[in-house]
Design a protein around this ligand. Sequence first.
Ligand code: ZN
Length: 312
Amino acid sequence: MPYKGRQRVFWAVAVVAVATAGLLSPSDAHADHSPPVRASQPRTDQFEVAGFGNLDRLNPASKTLRELAIFPWRYVVEPGCEGPAADEVFETLQAAFTELSEKVNIYFIYDPGGWTLRGNCGAAFAAVAGTGPVIGCLCRNFPYNVDIDINIIMADYFRISQIAIWLHELLHALMTWNEQYGLDFRASPGWRDVMNTGSESRHLLEAVELERWARTVYPHPVAGAALVVDQGRAAVFYAATNDRATRIAVIIETAGFPRVWAGIYGQPCTSPGVVCGGVDVPLLPDTCFWVKAENSLSFRFADNLVLAGCTP
Ligand SMILES: [Zn+2]
């Protein structure tokens, strides 16, 4: 029998075996380390539109981040806005980059063709941001375009306020995060969050933001997984994760050796059912196989391991 034909037979047998044996139940899945939304949070985590849903799927920057952990950027000072204020706003931008790099593992890569972070002022700022009480905005066709304009009068503020404002605008750009302030830009009282306004928003990333990061960035563990060994070959099959996963890593542990990535990725899938994806694995003795839904921002931080099975 030609190899292709044999492979097809193997997979057909394997899928039947999975379907009859049933996948390991989702209760075997580890938690995905995503704490629930706190009861008092004023708004949804990400921007949503009734009848359409979450706007994050329209954001090309969040897609690049999940795939590569990179946010390409350039800083541009609008003509007529040059000077010490624009320079200080650039310094506080770099402090915000450092905070995000350290806490959530993003690589901010300078790129002349990257997203434009603009030090703006006066009439040019009002032309894009309006004349309301706005110090910064994503006002150039967000969420398709995540360029940020900051009014350089921000340099009059405390540095921690500037950094927090950059974090606020950057988190709109990076992951389509929603506002957490009230109507007319008034601060939500008692809600400590960089996505709020006012004194409750002026800090570096803390628990509430890191919890939201896990909820909005980390994939769900696959809903089930199974190891199938047949005719001297082995494969792992898995059920759905969510659309935040960019790859399914196969993790192995052979008795007497540390747990490692097997050097194998599968394609993630989101369609319901017992099985939506699978990948061949080496048939190793005395070895356990896990599947791990992940992306470039989650893989170091979210456990997500689901046991597929072990060989004798
Ligand atoms: Zn905002």
